[in-house]
Design a binder for this molecule. Sequence first.
Ligand code: ADP
Ligand code: MG
Length: 696
Amino acid sequence: MRLDDPIRFLKGVGPRRGEILEKAGITTLEDLLYRLPFRYEDRRNIINIGEAASGEDSTLVGTISGVREIRPRGRRRVILRGILGDKSGWVNLVWFHQAAYFREKLAAGGMWLVHGRLEKAPRGGVQIVHPEIEHLGDTDDASAVARVLPVYQKPTDIPVAAMRGMVERVVDACAEQARTVVPEPLRESLGITSLAEALRYVHRPPRDADIEELASSATPAHRVLILDELFALQVGMSLRKAARRLEAGISMAVAGERIEGFFDGLPFEPTAAQRRVVAEVAADMERPRPMTRLVHGDVGSGKTVVAFAAALQAVAAGYQAAMMAPTELLAEQHYATMTPWAEREGVSMELLTGKVAAAVARRVREGVAGGVVDLVVGTHALIQEATAFAKLGLGIVDEQHRFGVMQRAALKGAQADTLLLSATPIPRTLSLTLYGDIDVSFLDELPPGRTPVVTRVIRPGARNKLHERMAKAVEDGRQCYIVYPLVEESEAMDLADATSMAEQLQAGPFKDFRVGLLHGRMKAAEKDAAMRSFKDGELNVLVATTVIEVGIDVPNASIMVVEHAERFGLAQLHQLRGRVGRGARESFCCLVAEQGQSRDSFERLRVMERTTDGFEIAEADLRLRGPGEYLGTRQSGLPAFRAANLVRDEELLELARTSAGAWLEEDPELASPHSAELRRVIEQRWGEKLRLAEVG
Ligand code: ADP
Ligand code: MG
């Protein structure tokens, strides 16, 4: 048997099981070999049945009698019951599923090892539901089976023991074929064992294994497997990055004086972080290869200044720049912000969105094609109808996560530099991995003089007081947002929420004010109009869904209320909160949450009360939700991990990164025989995905 054999070749896997496994993503023997246990059961401590206490996982040995099938009235499914006993006592056993399978199995009689959680039975006594059983035969010597057992994530239709058996057979037959990608010299210096040994250990832990270490994937064997995976990823990412370094690009000289002049003309002093990031971008643009750089900066950190400085450098070098924003309003906002800057700097700037009149748009496109327009700001109208640039040097993508990979690629041009702006802070280590193939700058400082937004988590019961507070703010000339969640599957219901709430509020607590509505089902023009009248101060209160999330700037808005806050991720709440606190006045953010079923989901929101630091919130969010959910779509640009967990394995990630760097210094082309397996795996496992990550 070979690792790449289809799973159907495995003994015990017929066509039906084969299909079930394939649906669960297990198509080859290798897939099964790397399906690591997600937890372990400790069956080393066998106790007397009479001593077993309810609420505990227990391992017991005894005979099973009174096995019978029962069909509860009105139910179609049959239940299987039995009684496990030894000299000291007895417990009930119950199977709700696979009754026939277990009845047949139990017919063997004799002694059994039984493992499971004891609980009080509804009609007195104690029971174990869906116990795991192992046949001992006519001996009560359980030493052969009293061990630590792996538990696998598996399709429901496959019994636990069958799944375990299949993995065991693959381990026996194929573990030896597993080759580590870590080159031997490096393996020696890191002191790590072979992959085969590691696989055998995690699938079949020895009797003296440390159960805590196993449970937290911290055994040396786990570490070998994790490092193997992360090492390949890091090398792959570095190779992509290196390949890009070799591409021909444009060298645009650093325009130090022009940029200093631009800074001098600003009504504020740039922050140290802005200066640093501008310098990083500038040096990168000067290099004669296409730049792909992501600027991570919290809401309000001043990314527009950085973007304009970069555009200025392109223009000074005789090239054009384009800036793409996800909405018309944002594009217009950027255009308005940059107009005085462009005038002062003698940069000819135009706006190009779907709203721009056809004749004007045509004129702008001609200007862009003819090279008279230096900087064009717009929405995807910029890329939708082929806008030909005379000499595009720099494409800037604001709120880059709002665009698809292809859209970003479209603005990239052949050799032009790309600057991606993101207001979604993510933890550094994670970002260095996720974006390991591009360059990242951190704009990690907010301009001084901002009053942090005061944040409170409240219960729905306190809403009346909140409305009073909002009414008072409106009377003082301020504006407020109220946001409702929008969950895809129940979009209609949430819409009704936002819509009916807007009506209720208008009729009730805010009857003297103007309440507006903004939601995702509205036409772009309607959305735009609503946002615009809020911005112009015509509306006092804006009831909205999360469509307002992206960088809109209404400095007069000072209260942000989020209803059903428990349904949002922390990072998203942070984005929403960033809509207020943009003026000099103190702002207030109120998260209304049901305590509901889960106390955790309420307590989690307290993080928002404690800090306004986006990076800190991102860390907390990541810890609470795990990388899969947290990363959302971006995760799909990465290979799925088999052993590693980007949050848990931060330290190994670092080790993988430094080791990968060191190895590539030694063998940059992966030409050494030691790199053979590494090269094969990167090509095979990650080649396609890594190519996709290319455009950032
Ligand atoms: P971001 O896009 O990063 O959320 P913006 O570029 O929209 O942030 O800037 C937010 C606000 O901060 C704007 O009103 C801008 O004029 C202001 N600003 C930017 N840099 C500074 C600075 N160094 N000092 C004071 N205010 C600044
Ligand atoms: Mg912005």
